[in-house]
Design a protein around this ligand. Structure first.
Ligand SMILES: [Fe+2]
Ligand SMILES: [Fe+2]
Length: 289
């Protein structure tokens, strides 16, 4: 399938998705918007986010995910040391405002530094530092809606707790009886390891890291955009007891991802040696993308 420029990049910047998640799930104790306010608020960015979700919900089918997995899980695109991968990710320039928006590396460091400041184990800090590295998919020409966006299981019924559920009407899986029942191709409580998620930076990074990081870290990487579950509990029927245990870590991670953004940029030069040591402790010299 080929897409037009506009379909590949409906957002001025992939950050518009995370900004929108933040509006949907504001930090507790700030003035929360009601669901209706969220859906109706007047913001020109909102239209591009709607279009982003329309594309995401229309094209992320069971077959689409399988094709992406077959392609990207060959890891034949690029081989890089981790820090070079961060620099590579930082070459992602879009039309966002350079004065107000933090770059990718700054978001990673703000996330990891707030985890570190709370005294969490070093692998948790490293997870914060790595969690969005899968966004390099954008640099391989992938559409924004196949890199970021809330993730959801494919191959079974779409929950109405997923943001903009009405756009799933255009997804061919919604009318395919193999995929449109509550369990679809899955068994009740089969465990998420048996479930294919919509394709994006979470699954990609998990697959790159799966031999190197402790299991709670892998859950955080793999499911950090699965808001329909960690915020809405919409897929308990596919999860097993072990998933529930591990999702405590996903819940712990999420506020650092969403609420660590501050306008002051971290001092990359000063922090680099600490992160280089941490990378060397857990990861091989180079990673295959
Ligand atoms: Fe992310
Ligand atoms: Fe993030």
């Amino acid at each position: 399938m080929s897409f037009t420029e506009k379909e590949i990049a409906p957002l001025a910047s992939i950050e518009e998705w995370e900004d929108d998640v933040l509006v949907r799930y504001p930090e507790p104790n700030t003035t929360a918007k009601t669901k209706d306010e969220y859906r109706n608020y007047d913001d020109p960015k909102r239209d591009t986010v709607r279009e982003f979700y329309r594309l995401n919900h229309t094209y992320q089918t069971y077959d689409f995910v399988n094709q992406k997995e077959n392609n990207f899980l060959k890891f034949d695109k690029k081989e890089m040391p981790v820090w070079d991968a961060c620099d590579f990710l930082n070459t992602l320039v879009d039309d966002s405002d350079p004065d107000t928006d933090l770059d990718q590396l700054q978001h990673l460091l703000q996330t990891s530094e707030s985890i570190r400041a709370d005294g969490h184990p070093d692998w948790f800090v490293l997870t914060g530092f790595l969690h969005d590295l899968g966004k390099v998919l954008c640099l391989f020409g992938e559409p924004q809606w196949a890199v970021v966006g809330d993730t959801f299981p494919v191959g079974c019924q779409h929950s109405d707790k997923i943001v903009f559920p009405e756009f799933f009407a255009a997804n061919p899986d919604s009318t395919d009886e193999r995929y449109n029942t509550k369990y679809g191709v899955y068994e009740p409580n089969c465990g998420l390891r048996n479930v294919h998620m919509s394709w994006g930076h979470d699954e990609y990074l998990y697959q790159i890291m799966k031999d190197y990081m402790p299991e709670p870290a892998l859950y955080m990487m793999r499911y950090h955009s699965f808001y329909a579950q960690h915020r809405e509990h919409a897929y308990d029927h596919l999860m097993d007891a072990h998933d529930h245990e591990m999702f405590k870590w996903v819940d712990k991670f999420n506020p650092y991802d969403l609420y660590s953004k501050v306008p002051v940029a971290p001092n990359v030069k000063e922090l680099k040696p600490y992160y280089q040591d941490l990378i060397a402790k857990y990861l091989p010299a180079t990673l295959k993308f």
